[in-house]
Design a protein around this ligand. Structure first.
Ligand SMILES: [Zn+2]
Ligand SMILES: [Zn+2]
Length: 300
């Protein structure tokens, strides 16, 4: 059971355990996809986005986490990079297979109410978009209401949760402004969480390297500090923001999801930092034993 939990956390951190083949096969037309790299001017300086493009059917594959980055690209740029004749989301026909783990992809309505049908790998490998769907998702992220399939009636719970005067019917303008603000807040927090995740994964790798290379000086430094202090601090601040979100928007699924993410990262940090410290301690002890042996040898 513990192993399952651990795998879930790894999956949540985007480490699925499946090896990515160098050339992916298009889940739609089985052609070999082309790996392309795009420069994006993100919030945190220049960034490169890598994704897989099928030249035959103009579809795209995003590894986990890549789509969020892709949505930072301007709409104009998206249309320039990925021109598409299709202006409608199509539900792909037939069985589509994940190009990484070979599991059948699951068809889902992006963000639940967009009516944009995308294929995702339930093992967490990534997401597959048919031609034109990236543009549609970008449009949706800019103006979710325009795409919503729900009737005003069904939307009532969300709106009554966010409006202070429940007797008054909020105007459509206010509706979309609040909705926009809400999604923007969610997006910002999700990006901050993603940054913490990236940093945790990076640190774990660095420490693993220090252990492997027996860098005792570095290991001793690590032993005496709380390795993930910064990250835990940032997660605490994000948690505070989340509490504010609940106050502002009421109980929303998206806010809960963010909270679950944070809890998973904290669990991961907890498990990982303990096991890393154990291994560091063993390494330092081993080194000290060796030094003792050498000095006693020199004395005699
Ligand atoms: Zn294709
Ligand atoms: Zn997969």
């Amino acid at each position: 059971m513990f192993k399952d939990l651990f795998n879930d956390i790894l999956k949540d951190l985007g480490i699925t355990g499946y090896k990515r083949p160098p050339n992916l096969k298009c889940p739609n037309c089985y052609s070999v996809m082309k790996r392309i790299s795009i420069k994006i001017l993100g919030n945190y300086g220049n960034n490169y986005l890598e994704l897989d493009f099928c030249q035959e059917c103009e579809s795209l594959w995003f590894d986990r986490g890549e789509l969020v980055k892709a949505l930072e690209i301007d709409l104009k740029e998206i249309s320039k990079y990925f021109p598409s004749k299709t202006k409608q989301s199509v539900k792909g026909s037939g069985k589509r297979i994940c190009p990484i783990c070979q599991k059948q992809l699951t068809l889902v309505n992006y963000s639940k109410d967009s009516n944009i049908w995308v294929d995702i790998c339930s093992n967490g490998c990534g997401i597959f978009l048919d031609s034109g769907e990236l543009e549609l998702i970008k449009l949706y992220s800019l103006n979710p209401l325009q795409f919503s399939s729900q009737t005003q009636q069904e939307k009532q719970p969300l709106m009554s949760a966010v409006s202070t005067t429940s007797s008054e019917e909020p105007s459509t303008k206010q509706d979309s402004d609040t909705q926009y603000q809400f999604l923007n807040d969610i997006k910002n927090l999700a990006q901050r969480i993603q940054k913490v995740k990236d940093q945790v994964v990076y640190k774990v790798k660095q420490i693993e390297d220090a252990i492997k290379s027996k860098n005792i000086l570095e290991l001793k430094k690590l032993m005496n500090k709380q390795i993930f202090a910064e990250e835990l601090n940032e997660l605490g601040l994000i948690n505070q923001e989340i509490r504010n979100m609940y106050q502002k928007y009421g109980n929303q699924k998206q806010i809960e999801d963010l909270q679950t993410h944070i809890q998973n990262i904290i669990k991961f940090i907890d498990i990982r930092s303990n096991s890393l410290k154990d291994r560091i301690a063993v390494e330092i002890e081993f080194q000290q034993e060796k030094e003792k042996e050498i000095s006693s040898f020199e004395l005699t």
